[in-house]
Design a binder for this molecule. Structure first.
Ligand code: HPA
Length: 236
């Protein structure tokens, strides 16, 4: 049965879905890494694909930017398509000089000042939400096998990209130990928690709030390839 935002038939979506923010990125991933690809969603151009990786099924779909957007898509995938695991594969801005551009990060928690979880569930669930430990272990083991270094830490899921006071990141780094900022994982982890599902998040560092360095899209490709190889280990 289609949902308001996804037109797929139930059987067209695999139990594991990788979610980049950009739907065109989902298309490139499907074309580059998957075989036997079908496209299962074009609603709002939020493209989604299912294929096989080394003979095992996996889906990839754009999440859009921000918690309201990934909140909608991840909820529908978990609840109405019986998806078991969603891994966000995105980019982030570094909050510490200990992170370099292109580093690959595995989130160990997502801090947010967002009201998403309170509004969705009607109660305070804390301002740091956690990914699934089992999935994180699989991703870590895959990275080890592939000899891809992973940095681990809490990330900040922000509702705001353009802040009037950019230096506020220093406070969040100090108080919450958040090493980098993105805009989606807190909502993804929350939806997985309330629906009894699994979620995780891999990020590559695309810019730094400390040094103001930023990558070009071409430069991002290599780090992105490494992150993809780790994420694809979840094909089942
Ligand atoms: N802020 C929020 N999200 C991001 C950033 C950032 O600086 N870089 C990549 N995703």
């Amino acid at each position: 049965m289609p949902t308001p935002h996804i037109e797929a038939e139930h059987a067209q979506i695999a139990p594991v879905v990788l979610m980049p923010g950009d739907p065109l990125r989902a298309q490139v991933i499907a074309e580059t890494y998957l075989e036997n690809v079908i496209q299962f969603n074009t609603v709002r151009n939020m493209f989604g694909y299912t294929g096989t990786y080394k003979g095992k099924a996996i889906s990839v779909m754009g999440s859009g930017m921000g918690m309201p957007s990934i909140g909608i898509y991840s909820y529908e995938l978990f609840k109405f398509y019986d998806v078991e695991t969603i891994v966000r594969i995105g980019s982030c801005g570094a909050y510490t000089k200990d992170l370099d551009l292109y580093d690959v990060i595995l989130a160990t928690g997502a801090y947010s000042e967002s009201s998403f979880a309170d509004t969705q569930a009607g109660q305070a669930l804390g301002d740091i939400l956690y990914p699934n430990a089992e999935v994180n272990k699989i991703l870590e083991d895959a990275a080890n096998d592939l000899k891809i270094p992973l940095k681990k830490g809490i990330i900040h899921s922000s509702d705001v990209f353009y802040r009037e006071n950019f230096n506020d990141y220093e406070r969040i780094f100090q108080e919450k130990n958040a090493i980098a900022v993105e805009m989606e994982s807190f909502a993804l982890f929350h939806n997985a928690n309330v629906l009894g599902k699994k979620a995780a998040c891999l990020l590559t560092v695309s810019d730094s709030l400390v040094t103001h360095a930023a990558t070009t899209s071409e430069e991002r490709q290599n780090a992105f390839t490494q992150m993809m190889e780790v994420a694809l280990s979840l094909a089942v």
